[in-house]
Design a protein around this ligand. Structure first.
Ligand code: A3P
Length: 345
């Protein structure tokens, strides 16, 4: 009898031991695979009640919002957590290829931010706009009332009707614009279109041919990739509706190389407590970009469509574009109060 009990006890101990060792090995493997910059999470520490809730929300956010998108969460759960679909309090309005996805995903690391995953194209698409503001709200993710919702649709920046439409929804909304050096942005824009054409086995012109008018040998301002990079022209349209204080300009080139300080400026602009830390961002040498770390088990890099290799462009054309954009850039610095050292020859 005693012997039988001892055997049973030993078996139980063996099962428990195996579980413990297995979990430990999993954690070690996981941590070992991370490209860690800091050994400890700096958001550990003393928190007030509100911060505790926010921190829990961060750990909880991913699983739950994933379920919500998939429609797995019951109405009861939404009611229990007081979750609502809020209109965005801030919008990343552009600029296409400026790093809009990276900015949205990185801001989403903040426990008080919830992102709309898809580009909604409510304000730039007449058909969507005609569906009304409730349609737009229903496209938003569920969030806690203390959180803010952010969406990004880079086409907003260059579409004529958008500033007035957004103004009508919320005249005090915060607007984020992420810019990159205009010539690089134009080439990135071209590269994206080129990839689409190649996928469909279509031929396409070289960048040089599109960017330079062959009859005048001047920069072709009819080419959309060039026009989009004339930031000041678009911004001036927005300024008819919103004061400059409602905009925050993000340096997209710096977001690539040194994302944290850029994100900290955005946190300040959005009146959010500083919660994104170096722990949340780690450089992935294989990707050549910073990736995101939500917690010890969940990290992710942006999709491969972000960070394409650009084609070589004739340096004379690059030079011409630098010179072309220079006066517009000067005006942009003057209006926004943010100066970049973008080349001018
Ligand atoms: P390239 O593909 O030209 O390198 P958008 O999201 O607005 O389309 O911008 C895409 C650009 O975001 C990419 O342009 C890439 O350089 C930039 N980017 C910034 N941070 C990034 C990151 N952490 N991972 C991948 N791409 C990033």
């Amino acid at each position: 009898m005693l012997f039988k009990q001892q055997v049973l006890l030993r078996q139980k101990l063996f099962v428990l031991g195996s579980l413990a060792v297995g979990s430990l090995l999993y954690i070690v493997a996981r941590v070992g695979s991370l490209d860690r910059l800091q050994p400890t999470c700096p958001i550990e520490g003393q928190f007030g009640d509100q911060e505790q809730i926010m921190l829990r929300a961060l750990q909880y956010k991913r699983g739950l919002s994933h379920d919500l998108r998939k429609g797995n969460v019951t109405k009861e759960q939404i009611r229990l957590h007081n979750m609502v679909q809020q209109l965005p309090q801030a919008i990343i309005i552009g600029v296409r290829k400026g790093g809009t996805r990276a900015l949205l995903e990185m801001l989403n690391l903040h426990p008080a931010v919830v992102k709309a995953s898809q580009e909604i194209h409510f304000f730039d698409n007449d058909e969507n706009y005609a569906k009304g503001i409730e349609w737009y709200r229903k496209k938003m993710p569920f969030s806690y009332p203390y959180q803010i919702t952010i969406e990004k649709s880079p086409a907003y920046f260059i579409t004529e009707e958008v500033p007035e439409r957004i103004y009508k929804m919320n005249s005090s909304i915060k607007l984020l614009i992420i810019v990159r050096e205009p010539t690089t942005r134009a080439i990135s824009d071209y590269t994206q279109v080129l990839e689409g054409k190649e996928r469909k086995n279509k031929t396409y012109y070289k960048f040089e041919k599109l960017a330079i008018d062959p009859t005048t040998c001047e920069v072709n301002t009819k080419y959309k990739a060039v026009r989009t990079s004339i930031y000041t022209k678009h911004l001036e349209r927005w300024l008819k509706y919103f004061p400059i204080e409602q905009f925050h300009i993000v340096d997209g080139d710096r977001l690539i190389t040194e994302p944290l300080p850029e994100l900290q400026l955005v946190e300040k602009f959005l009146n959010l407590p500083p919660r994104i830390s170096q722990y949340n961002l780690y450089f992935n040498a294989t990707r050549g970009f910073y990736c995101l770390r939500f917690n010890i088990v969940f990290n992710k890099c942006l999709a491969g469509s972000k960070g394409r290799i650009h084609p070589e462009v004739d340096p004379m054309v690059v030079n011409k574009l630098h010179k072309f954009f220079h006066p517009f850039n000067q005006k942009f610095y003057q209006i926004t109060g943010r100066t970049f050292s973008w080349p001018y020859k």
